[in-house]
Each structure stands twice: as C-alpha cells, then as structure tokens.
Design a protein around this ligand. Structure first.
Ligand code: C2E
Ligand code: MG
Ligand code: MG
Length: 292
C-alpha cells in the first residue's frame, strides 16, 4: 500500500513537473532571439548605507520584456538559460548593459555609485570571462571600482581552484566582489577565507524573522560577526520591516537592501533615486543628514 501511495505521489509530482518543464522549454526556445532582439531589460535595486540611508550602490536584476506574456522575472528564465547554455550570452548582455548604464550615470555626475551584476558560475568559469569583463569596462570607459560582481555561495566548493583564480584576477582588475545568498550554500569557512571577497550578502531567509529573538536572530548575528572578522562588509538582503531594520542596525550590519528601501525599478527611476541619493524610512529620521 505504501508503495502504491508512493507511486501516486510520484505521478502527481511528474505531471506538475512536466507542465513546468513544457513552460520552461517553450520560453527557452525564444530566449536566444530575445537576447539578440533586445527584449531583456535591467532593473535596479538600491543598496543603502546602514548609518545614514545613503545609496551606495544599485544591484542590476534582469527581466525579460516579452511581447505577449508581460515582464518576466528571472525565476522564469534563468534556470532554462543555464540548462540551454544561454546564460553565457545572457550574462554578457547584462554585463554590457550594466556598464553602459553606469556610464550614463557617471556622465550625469554620479561617480561614487556601484553597480552590481549577478554572474552565474557557468559564465564565470569560462576561460574568456575576464576578457569579457575587461572589454565591457573598456567599451564603456567605466572605472573598474564602480563595478561589482556577485557570485553565489554555492559556487565556492565547486571547481574551486578555477574559481579562485578567476576571482583573484577580477580583484586584480579592480572590480568589487560580493558573495550572494550567504548562509544557504555549503562553502566551508576555511575556503571562504581564501577568497578576496569585499561583501557578504546575508540570504533573505535569515532576515525574515530576525526581529523576534529567534534562531534567525542568532544566525544573523553570527554571520555579521563572521563577515567582519574576515574583513568584509555585510549586506542584509530582503529588509522589509522597521523591526528588521532596527535589529540589523543594532547588530552593526553595514548595508541594507530590501523592499523597505525600495523594490527593483527601471533605469529611469533608479536615476531619480540617485539624484535624491538618500532613502530614509522612519528609523533613519533621527540621523537624517542635511542636504543641500
Ligand atoms: P538575488 O541576486 O539574491 O537578488 C535578490 C532578489 O530578491 C531579487 O529578485 C529582488 O527583487 C528580491 N528582493 C529584494 N528585496 C526584497 C525584499 O525585501 N523582499 C523580497 N521578498 N524579495 C526581495 P529577482 O529580481 O526576481 O531576482 C531573483 C534572482 O535571479 C536573483 O537573486 C539572482 O540570483 C537571479 N538574477 C537576477 N538577475 C540576474 C542576472 O542578470 N544574471 C543571473 N545569472 N542571475 C540573475
Ligand atoms: Mg544578487
Ligand atoms: Mg538571494
């Protein structure tokens, strides 16, 4: 009986899985043309200084503007792009587009803002990756220090020697490095120490319940301490409430990103945010800097 029930469960799973797979494959078939045809767009989400609410950087997050299905989030197409090997082309588009946008902001007088891009491992481990970064910087004339590359923690541990080489070369180029989704992967601490990473981004799942003295709070504190011990700045991702903000400020988290400060917006709106430069929810009111 148990066996039979087990089998039914598997069938249900398979049906849902098949539908999802069909959906992904249908999109995958169109993705190559979409990349070439410029249907991808970058949105930008601000990252703010925990002390004063000043925007220090913007994370570039890709979306796909389809003619028929609307604006698709990366959860709909990144995985299929990886499966089809298209994530390399996609990532290259993202890198170029982010540098072009950075150039425009630089021309508008913003010379101290960082733009971060998410790079998938498939792209990062290609022998030509460093050359692609160098070329994107050269073509846009953007200084390397204004570009940040985010890799995910899962990456560390796989192809480690190659990754360490790449990361070291990126650092030598002068770009900044951030480790994304920290806490949910498997990187061992001794490996982490070898990587010349500037920022740890605590995964959103640790931020959700920090305000109730829970395990989440203990873990978040530990990660903040760990990052600082390793000489890294610590970013909290997915900050949504004043209570989370309060906890994170009390525990010396350096940078915040999340809906409380702003969801990802298109380049035009991101430019507007840069002109104001400060994002100030209530908790910052007392430290509001004078603006001229
Ligand atoms: P990520 O790099 O960890 O990016 C953060 C994600 O969390 C974004 O989702 C963002 O919109 C969302 N987020 C930010 N603040 C909050 C908040 O306060 N609450 C909640 N619930 N969510 C928040 P998005 O834009 O859908 O991106 C999802 C993931 O897709 C990214 O996670 C990243 O891993 C991947 N991705 C995005 N753009 C690219 C890209 O250009 N290349 C590659 N390879 N992956 C990308
Ligand atoms: Mg990211
Ligand atoms: Mg994440």
């Amino acid at each position: 009986r148990a066996k039979r029930r087990g089998r039914n469960t598997v069938e249900v799973f398979n049906n849902e899985h098949a539908a999802e797979l069909r959906d992904r494959m249908a999109l995958g078939g169109r993705l190559r043309d979409a990349i070439i045809g410029n249907e991808l767009v970058l949105y930008f989400q601000p990252q703010v200084n925990a002390q004063n609410g000043r925007i220090v950087g913007l994370e570039a997050l890709v979306r796909w503007q389809t003619p028929d299905l609307g604006l698709l989030p990366p959860s709909r197409f990144i995985r299929v792009a990886e499966e089809l090997g298209l994530v390399v082309q996609l990532g290259r588009w993202v890198l170029d587009a982010a540098c072009r946008q950075l150039r425009a902001w630089l021309d508008a007088g913003h010379d101290d803002v960082l733009v971060s891009v998410n790079i998938s491992m498939q792209q990062m481990l290609r022998p030509t990756f460093i050359e692609e970064v160098r070329e994107a910087l050269r073509a846009s004339g953007v200084p390397a220090r204004m570009l940040e590359i985010e890799l995910t923690e899962n990456a560390i541990g796989e192809s480690e020697t190659r990754l360490l080489e790449t990361v070291t070369e990126l650092k030598a180029l002068g770009v900044q490095l951030a480790l994304d989704d920290f806490g949910v992967g498997y990187s061992s601490l001794s490996h982490l120490k070898q990587f010349p990473i500037d920022k740890l981004k605590i995964d959103r799942s640790f931020i959700v319940d920090v305000s109730t003295e829970s395990d989440g709070a203990a873990l978040a504190r530990a990660v903040i301490a760990l990052g600082h011990q390793l000489g890294m700045a610590v970013v909290a991702q997915g900050v949504e409430t004043e209570a989370q903000l309060g906890f994170l400020r009390r525990n010396h988290c350096d940078l915040f990103q999340g809906f409380l400060f702003g969801a990802p917006v298109d380049a035009r709106d991101a430019g507007r945010l840069l002109r104001h430069r400060y994002l100030l929810p209530g908790a910052f009111a007392s430290t509001r800097p004078d603006r001229t």
